[in-house]
Design a binder for this molecule. Structure first.
Ligand code: UT7
Length: 330
């Protein structure tokens, strides 16, 4: 019996209307548009409106993806939400999103935390669950409201992050040669303390002390994370290409996690590919963690950067420290 392939049937994304430019940010911290742009490639980021929740952003992206796939909420039986910023510590954002979207009760709903690699982890999980034959159509969402966990006084982190959502609808196909070619996931768990939130979990529950110490905000050792990001994304890209007997020149478009333009340039150099083979929107959104790849994927598709028959490489790296890559043929 031949295995059916898993294919992306539609994509969607959403970014909040509020644009926060480097120049505006530099009025509140000791920084400048020049420093931020030179070091990261970021010009501006989007910030959720007061009261706009992670689930609200996810719902808009998901509706766009369903419309693109010409499907309705009733068609979905699996929802995976990659996020580190759910509306509530519990229950899962997926359950809130299920309700807001009107997905059937018989939908498996859960969140997945792999930080910036979250979308690739969630996509891989959805593809595996669909391939099992026990689910028909999945909605995979990467969404973050990082503005809620960023310390706006910490210039080493607050300039980097933004809010947004991206979504894909995944289904099964009998068409040979299309869909997911493969994935490669991993983590360097020994490096948790390079990028983490110290309090609010079971090891250090919220207290007056943890709040006044600012320990509910993202802490990052930027230089070390930068080096590991480059190494992990290069290795992950090389491994997945080797595993599937492909060379970098066969990749139509690379969609990397949008954390820093210099990280993307280093990967381009390593793969010996020109920058025009890389999709870049970090200048407009900053780092939106799990939302970064699905937003970029949606923009790439809608702007005609991906055509039938193309091979796309997704590659990401994030807190954990997790990494992941995926190869897709359209
Ligand atoms: O999604 C994955 C997670 N995150 C990442 O991938 C981020 C990885 N890291 C990076 O992108 C970069 O390390 C940063 C953009 C965070 C920083 O760039 P860098 O070239 O590594 O700068 P640095 O941390 O070495 O800082 C250089 C200087 C320091 O001053 P001194 O010690 O040389 O006097 C910083 O204090 O720049 C200072 N600095 C700033 N200056 C102006 C740090 N942040 C800022 C700022 N504005 N926002």
């Amino acid at each position: 019996m031949s295995q059916r392939s898993t294919v992306i049937l539609g994509t969607g994304s959403y970014a909040p209307a509020r644009v926060l430019s480097n120049a505006e940010l530099a009025q509140t911290i000791d920084s400048s548009d020049e420093w931020i742009h030179t070091r990261s490639g970021i010009r501006e980021r989007r910030i959720a409106a007061p009261g706009e929740m992670t689930s609200d952003m996810a719902v808009v992206a998901a509706k766009n993806a369903l419309e693109d796939a010409k499907l309705t909420a009733a068609d979905i039986d699996l929802l995976i939400v990659a996020t580190i910023t759910p509306d509530l510590p519990m229950p899962a954002a997926a359950c809130i999103i299920q309700h807001k979207l009107g997905l059937p009760t018989a939908t498996a709903c859960f969140d997945l935390n792999a930080a910036c690699s979250g979308f690739i982890y969630a996509f891989d999980t959805a593809c595996a669950m669909l391939s099992s034959g026990r689910y028909r159509k999945a909605l995979v969402i990467g969404v973050e409201k990082l503005s809620s966990i960023v310390d706006w006084q910490d210039r080493t982190t607050c300039v980097l992050f933004g809010d947004g959502a991206g979504a894909v609808v995944v289904g099964l196909s009998d068409q040979p040669g299309v869909g997911l070619i493969g994935t490669k996931l991993g983590a360097y768990g020994e490096s948790v303390d390079l990028l983490y939130i110290p309090a609010g979990g079971s090891s250090r529950p919220a207290s007056g002390t943890s709040v006044s110490a600012g320990d509910h905000f993202i802490k990052m050792k930027g230089k070390e994370v930068f080096k590991m990001a480059v190494r992990a994304m290069e290795e992950s890209a090389r491994d997945i290409l080797e595993q599937h007997g492909l060379t970098a020149t066969q990749i139509g478009l690379v969609i990397p996690h949008q954390a820093n333009l210099r990280i993307i340039e280093a990967i381009a150099q390593y793969l010996e590919l020109p920058m025009d083979r890389f999709f870049v929107n970090v200048d407009r959104y900053g780092n939106t963690s799990a939302a970064s790849i699905p937003i970029a994927l949606d923009e790439a598709r809608r702007s005609g950067r991906i055509r039938a028959g193309d091979i796309t490489l997704l590659v990401a790296f994030g807190a954990g420290l997790t990494y992941g890559s995926a190869l897709i043929r359209w």
